[in-house]
Design a protein around this ligand. Structure first.
Ligand SMILES: [Zn+2]
Length: 436
């Protein structure tokens, strides 16, 4: 199949070209390929190749004080949401059983292989020091990254000693470590101080940006000392980006990821009647900080959706801000958000290609993806068009993006040269485990 007249967004700029796809792979990239087979004319469209969402929590759960709350989407519906958003690969977090992280990893890989419409891989959450000894075996399964939490005291939070140990092990194994950077002890104290309140804004008041910035600085120092390759997930404060950059200048291999919701919304949303639906951690920041984050996008290394969608019943009915399951469903709007910022001149096409695909490929050591001869022909076809979010894919019964205006719309998604999304997800093609 020949795709003609595409405007492909790459780290070398927007390239106007044709490309030939054979057996799912890109065979040739050049202008004016002579048509002999089937031709798809992409005149007037943008092509964003091989978008990887390195941060999803499909088929996951939130451990509340009273109950365990499941995320709305599993690998099937989650991968459909991804395709609808132009994303062709995701990396999901495995939240392992306390006793058997290897068994948890095997079972998640099996479930995704049975259900996923996109390609997939995994990071393992190291919930406790005990899990570190299983990492050799986990890496052999193809899971080559781990995540640690500096927040969620009493459940996920790992102390500095074990973070250092996890970093050394990941360094030894040649992987990468992701960090949720917020000071969990300080948050716990602030929550006690404010008490059990109903209003969503207390979520932001008990997790001020300084709590994130301190943790970012502390864990960057640990990455510097252990020489581990590390990245900080869901950076919400522009100051954190500057801190990360200063440690990188010193020689640390540390990077920052941000998520679409920090670029679109600010903390004023916590004052809305549906404010609890906007609760995620770290929280939304002030109008000024959101603006500054957008102005500092050049300092961002990757973009991840941090999919953690919970049905409205769990969000709205929670008795206090502390009990609201943390997380939102941004996956379908990741590409529209960043393309919007590109059309508005806040980010260059080169950098869009890097943070959505090329830097992810480097960071996670992914093979066979990206816009190059020999790679899988994975790409989103995007039209410049004004539209307002009225509907979405997957199982979520609400979307924080309802009513948001975008200038870019994903109209088609191709996986290995096959049309897998056009208004709805097509075919039964199963995803494959990413090679890393
Ligand atoms: Zn996350």
């Amino acid at each position: 199949m020949i795709f003609k007249n595409a405007r492909v967004i790459t780290s070398k700029g927007i390239i106007e070209t044709d490309f030939l796809v054979e057996e799912g792979k890109i065979k040739e990239i050049k202008k004016d390929i002579v048509p002999k087979d089937e031709v798809v004319d992409l005149s007037g469209y943008y092509v964003l190749p091989s978008v990887i969402d390195g941060h999803t929590h499909f088929n996951s759960r939130f451990l509340g004080a009273r109950e365990v709350i499941p995320t709305a989407d599993d690998y099937k519906s989650g991968s459909e949401v991804s395709l609808a958003g132009g994303i062709t690969s995701f990396i999901n977090f495995i939240d392992p059983a306390k006793e058997d992280p290897v068994g948890s990893a095997k079972s998640e890989i099996e479930k995704a292989s049975a259900q996923s419409m996109t390609d997939y891989s995994f990071h393992l959450i190291v919930r406790q020091g005990e899990h570190i000894k299983y990492l050799d075996e986990i890496f052999r399964l193809g899971v080559k990254s781990v995540k640690v939490f500096m927040a969620y005291k009493g459940s996920m939070q790992l102390d500095d000693e074990n973070i250092m140990k996890a970093m050394r092990k990941v360094k030894e194994l040649g992987g990468v470590i992701a960090i949720h950077a917020e000071n969990g002890d300080v948050i716990d104290e602030l929550q006690k101080e404010y008490g059990d309140r109903d209003e969503a804004v207390y979520h932001a008041l008990t997790r001020p940006s300084e709590v994130e910035e301190e943790a970012v600085n502390r864990v960057s120092m640990m990455a510097y000392l252990t020489k581990a390759k590390a990245y900080i997930v869901h950076v919400s404060s522009p100051n954190s980006l500057k801190i990360i950059e200063s440690w990188r200048k010193k020689g640390a291999e540390i990077y920052g990821e941000t998520c679409p919701h920090y670029l679109v919304f600010d903390e004023s949303y916590y004052y809305r009647p549906d404010g609890k639906r906007f609760i995620m951690s770290p929280p939304l920041r002030s109008k000024e900080m959101r603006k500054e984050l957008v102005d500092n996008l050049t300092r961002i290394f990757t973009l991840g959706s941090d999919y953690s969608g919970y049905m409205s019943v769990y969000k709205d009915k929670a008795l206090s801000y502390i009990e609201v399951p943390n997380g939102v469903a941004s996956t379908e709007f990741l590409v529209p958000t960043i393309m919007n910022l590109m059309f508005d001149g806040f980010i260059s096409p080169e950098h869009v290609a890097e943070i959505t695909s090329e830097d992810q490929i480097k960071l996670y050591g992914i093979k066979g993806k990206g816009f190059a001869v020999g790679s899988d022909a994975d790409f989103a076809v995007i039209r410049r068009e004004d539209w307002v979010v009225k509907d979405w894919h997957g199982k979520m019964d609400h979307s924080i993006y309802e009513g948001v205006k975008f200038k870019a719309k994903v109209v088609r998604t191709y996986l290995r040269g096959e049309l897998v999304f056009e208004e709805d997800v097509k075919g039964r093609r199963k995803g494959e485990l990413l090679k890393r």
